[in-house]
Design a binder for this molecule. Structure first.
Ligand code: CP
Length: 351
């Protein structure tokens, strides 16, 4: 299994689904896990999404001194088995800005290197006082296991090719912030994104971000167009559609997709997961790279997003990444804001 690292996951082997499987994973309910867990967008009702975004706005409106009392005296652990810049830093800064004590455990500098299992690492963090754990792991399903064995609220910070739910929430808030007629205080319901077409382009096969966005945005009314070559976008991606045939379609022609786009989300080619995939990068760039000229010719008013890390000159040109239509830095900033709210939700304060 390409998504599994050696050793430490031994406790997690059985319950963790095969990394390729989650595209058709059966829908689970969140009831088996501690309240406040954020494991998959599938566990979020539209009312949950509305509450999280309302909490985000409430925390944003506070003074920094007021915010620093919200989680004063609380302890949050960050457990990262995979590299991260945006997610790790924003969760950590979010927790600290709320007054919480944080501790970071990375697979590179902990007893995980000696073979300690995910279960035992989680139990250790709990024994040390962690009240919630933020987990990034290369194995799809690892956060579910951790939530089950610790009984703590677990926030999935990206698991293999499966889910990245806080990314979907921050992407949603970035869209609300920039799309005409909406705004971050827009009412959240099944029609909030009516008439909005979101084109997601690139390595969808390996992308937990694409999976989470495609499973959330249509429930709020958006139409999601997935775009990319067969090697990176299998037809069974249509099975992600949360509104059964109405919310997602596949378009292989990038320019045709762009002509309909209100939002263009570009994805990184995940070279680390491309073993066995036959992809000609030169051809890929010619067909799917987003440039200022391409956007101007097809969707001049569209906003451009990317979850990062971006690879300038591959899926997006450097000029495009820095252009006014690019919301890439705003996505990062919204990540800090939204992650404050999911931490407050995890620890059950300010209900
Ligand atoms: N978007 C995202 O998950 O970025 P990081 O891998 O840097 O956390």
């Amino acid at each position: 299994m390409s998504g599994l690292k050696s050793g430490p996951i031994s406790e997690a082997k059985a319950p963790i689904s095969e990394a390729k499987a989650p595209i058709s994973e059966t829908k689970a309910t969140g009831s088996a896990y501690a309240a406040g867990s954020l494991l998959t967008v599938e566990h979020l009702s539209i009312a949950d999404v509305a509450e999280i975004l309302a909490m985000t706005a409430r925390l944003e409106a506070m003074s920094s001194a007021e915010r620093a009392r919200v989680l004063e005296g609380r302890t949050i652990a960050l457990l990262f088995y995979e590299s991260s810049t945006r997610t790790r830093t924003s969760f950590e800064l979010a927790a600290k800005s709320l007054g919480a004590t944080t501790t970071l455990v990375s697979d590179k500098s902990s007893s995980i290197e000696k073979g300690e299992s995910l279960k035992d690492t989680g139990l250790t963090l709990r024994a040390l006082g962690a009240e919630a754990i933020i987990l990034r792991h290369s194995a799809s399903g690892a956060p579910f296991l951790l939530a089950r064995v610790t009984g703590l609220p677990v926030l999935n910070a990206g698991d293999g090719m499966h889910q990245h739910p806080s990314q979907a929430l921050l992407d949603l808030r970035t869209m609300l912030s920039r799309l005409p007629g909406l705004g971050v205080h827009a009412a959240i319901d099944a029609n909030t994104l009516d008439g909005v077409t979101v084109v997601i382009t690139g390595d969808i096969r390996h992308s937990r971000v694409a999976r989470s966005d495609a499973m959330l945005l249509p429930r709020l009314g958006a139409h999601v167009v997935l775009c990319g070559p067969e090697e990176l976008l299998p037809e069974d991606a249509l099975g992600l559609d949360p509104v059964e045939g109405a919310g997602i379609e596949i378009e292989r022609d990038f320019d045709a997709a762009l002509r309909r786009a209100d939002v263009v989300m570009m994805l990184r080619i995940q070279k680390e997961r491309l073993t066995g995939v036959d992809l000609d990068l030169g051809e890929y760039i010619a067909r799917y790279q987003l440039s200022v000229a391409r956007l101007a010719a097809t969707a001049p008013k569209a906003m451009v997003m990317h979850p990062g890390p971006i690879i300038r000159g591959l899926e997006i040109t450097s000029e495009m990444a820095d252009a006014p239509q690019s919301a890439i830095e705003e996505q990062v900033a919204q990540g800090l804001a939204v992650r404050r709210a999911v931490l407050v939700r995890a620890l059950g304060v300010m209900a």
